[in-house]
Ligand binder design. Sequence first.
Ligand code: KIV
Ligand code: NA
Length: 265
Amino acid sequence: TARVRIHHLQQAKERGEKWAMLTAYDTYSAQVFEEAGIPVMLVGDSAGNVVLGHSSTVPVTVDDLLLMTKAVTRSTKRSLIVADLPFGSYESGPQEAFATAVRMMKEGGAQAVKLEGGVRVAPQIRMLTDNGVPVMAHVGFTPQSEHALGGFRVQGRGAGADQLLADAHAVQEAGAFAVVLEMVPAPVAAQVTKELSIPTIGIGAGADCDAQVLVWPDMAGLNGGRVPKFVKRYADLRGELLRAAREYADEVRGGVFPGPEHSFE
Ligand code: KIV
Ligand code: NA
C-alpha cells in the first residue's frame, strides 16, 4: 500500500475518523508500529529523555535526531514520518528553520517536520510550507520551553485560552498541516479542534482532538520512572525485558545456556 500523505489526514478529519500517532526512534519500533497500522510516526526530541539519557529535550541536537530519522525512514514505507526540529535549530528565523528542515528531509528522509510554538514561529512555518516542507505545529505545553514556562504545566487555562486559540489559528494560517496540542484543558482542545480546519493531535488534551500521540516507551511501559497523568500504559515491556535479562544471566551462570542446539560441531 502507498505512503500516508498529509491530504489523507485532512480527509480523516472531514470524515470524523480518529487516528493514533506514536514516536519512533529506531528500526524495530518503527517496523512494529507500521505493522500495527500507525499512520504517522514522530521522530520526537523526546528522544532526549527516552533514548539519550538527558533530563529534558533541550540538549538534543540536529545530528542526534538525524541519526534516528534515518533509521526510522529506512525501516518504513507506508507511515508518514515527521522529524522534530530540536531546540535552537529554527527559532532565530525562517532561513535557519528552512536549513534545518532541508537536512531532515534530504539526509533524514523525513516527509514532514514539527516545530514548537504558535504566533512566535508563524514566519518559520510560512517559509517552510511555501518551499515544499510540510509542517506539523505544536502548541500548548512546549517541552523545549520548559524553563521559560516554569516546568510541566497545563497551558491554556483561564485567560490563557485566548492565547492558545490565537496560536492555533496562527499556525493554521501559516500553512501547518496539523497541530499537536499538549497539556491543554479538554474543553479548550475541543474548541480548537472545532475551530480549525486542520487536524489536531492531542497529548494530555482530552478525547475530542482529531488524533492522539504518545511517546512509545511511556505507552509500552519501558519507562521505569513516573509518567504523566495523560499516559496510558498498554504493556509492561520493562518488566518483560527485566525478566528476560535476568533469566539469560541465570542460565549463563548455571551453565544452561548455550545448549547443544546453540553450538556448532
Ligand atoms: O518529542 C515528542 O515526542 C513530541 C510529542 C510528545 C508530541 O513532541
Ligand atoms: Na518533541
